[in-house]
Ligand binder design. Structure first.
Ligand code: SAM
Length: 198
């Protein structure tokens, strides 16, 4: 059974109702400073033909999907935090942003890339992770790929993630250590897994 009380993001909101606002403001400040917030979007754009279909899974404020959409792709973003979805709708109008739980994802359409950036998988309840990966698999178009990035030390071992992905019907196409295409090496502290249907 999926225990949503084990979702780390929801727990943070329960502990601090201002958490989502703080997160939105933090990224607004980084954007205002001119920080590079587009690395993930550039990688996804490089992976697909023009006018591709992209699912931003755990899209938050639309940071990744909004930029991918600006490159001419059709993007759907899903996140369980309504406050972040409201921000995504305001910042990137014209993109479809939906409130929803990735464990229950059932959009009735398939995507060339499912991108899951920003440690989303480590916030998801541990009991939901394999189900979420299965949902990603179900939403892949023929030849599509799921790209999942997260850091170590956040309660989800890379080995366990790859085992869960295999059970969910996803196998590695390419394992990277960064979004700017550095290789994943033993001892890497970040994983960007490009996965295809097994
Ligand atoms: C650190 S934010 C990253 C947001 C965005 N991917 C980015 O990189 O800018 C983590 C996000 O994961 C979302 N999340 C965690 N568990 C989720 C779930 N089960 N379903 C949908 N979204 C989830 C949270 O709501 C939050 O927006």
């Amino acid at each position: 059974m999926i225990e949503q009380s084990d979702n780390l993001w929801l727990r943070k909101i329960a502990e601090n109702p201002g958490h989502s606002r703080w997160y939105i403001d933090r990224f607004r400040e980084m954007a205002a400073r001119g920080d590079d917030l587009g690395g993930e979007a550039r990688m996804i754009d490089a992976m697909v033909p023009r006018g591709a279909r992209i699912l931003d899974a755990g899209c938050g404020t639309g940071r990744v999907g909004g930029r991918v959409a600006a490159s001419g792709h059709t993007v759907v973003g899903v996140d369980l935090d309504p406050e972040l979805i409201a921000e995504a709708r305001a910042e990137f109008p014209g993109v479809r942003w939906e409130v929803g739980d990735l464990a229950e994802l059932s959009l009735g359409e398939r995507f060339d890339v499912v991108v899951c950036a920003g440690n989303v998988m480590t916030f998801a309840a541990p009991s939901s992770r394999e189900v979420i990966l299965r949902r990603f698999r179900e939403h892949l178009a023929e030849g599509g790929r799921a790209v999942v990035g997260f850091g170590e030390g956040r309660g989800y071992e890379f080995d366990q993630f790859l085992k869960d992905a295999a059970v969910a019907g996803l196998e590695p196409d390419l394992l990277l250590g960064t979004w700017d295409l550095r290789p994943f090496t033993p001892g890497a502290d970040f994983l960007v897994a490009v996965l295809r249907a097994a």
